[in-house]
Design a protein around this ligand. Structure first.
Ligand code: PH2
Ligand code: MG
Ligand code: MG
Length: 171
């Protein structure tokens, strides 16, 4: 039990708009449950979301999970990329259709700015498809770079793209 209490709380965003997105998100959660030195604590509802950025593609399913982990942010990133690769993610089109996308949104209160790893996620505060599921799990969580809670970010959000809560029976 003591071991389970160790580590940093990280919030991870999930997104899919290919090959049965709900099933892909559930599959990814199954993999996230098995990440070493980590415990998956909670997951948000699933949301059906309008594509942002590249709009001429299918709607997404988005969700957020809360993980307690003893991995470093970089080790966690490697685990997420391994899951993406395992699930057949190809990186052809930036912001284009994807089988699964796993993004570190928050890693404790750490601020990391490296070439291939930016935490908090660079776009999270601008995206309703991130903030709605994150708000459901952790309205109190603080964005360490802005010193603003998720509830505060959501209230200030300008993103008008549609985000629809899926009913329990639909997932
Ligand atoms: N991910 C993107 C770009 N646009 N739009 C929605 N609705 N959901 C996403 O997860 C998403 C997106 C790049 O990561
Ligand atoms: Mg990504
Ligand atoms: Mg992403």
């Amino acid at each position: 039990l003591a071991e389970l209490m160790n580590g940093i709380i990280s919030f991870i965003g999930l997104g899919s708009n290919m090959d049965d997105p709900q099933a892909r998100c559930l599959e990814a959660i199954g993999h996230l449950e098995k990440v070493k030195k980590s415990t998956l604590l909670r997951r948000s509802s699933f949301y059906r979301t309008e594509p942002v950025g590249l709009t001429n593609q299918d709607w997404f399913i988005n969700a957020v999970v809360e993980l307690r982990t003893a991995l470093s942010a970089r080790e966690l990133l490697a685990e997420l990329q391994a899951i993406e690769n395992l699930m057949g993610r190809s990186r052809i089109v930036k912001w284009g259709p994807r089988v699964i996308d796993l993004d570190i949104l928050l890693y404790g209160q750490e601020i990391i700015e490296e070439a291939d790893l930016t935490v908090p996620h660079r776009e999270m505060h601008k995206r309703r498809f991130v903030l709605e599921p994150l708000y459901e799990l952790a309205p109190y969580a603080i964005h360490p770079a802005f010193g603003v809670s998720v509830a505060g970010l959501r209230k200030r959000l300008g993103d008008v793209s549609r985000v629809e809560l899926l009913n329990k029976g639909q997932v």
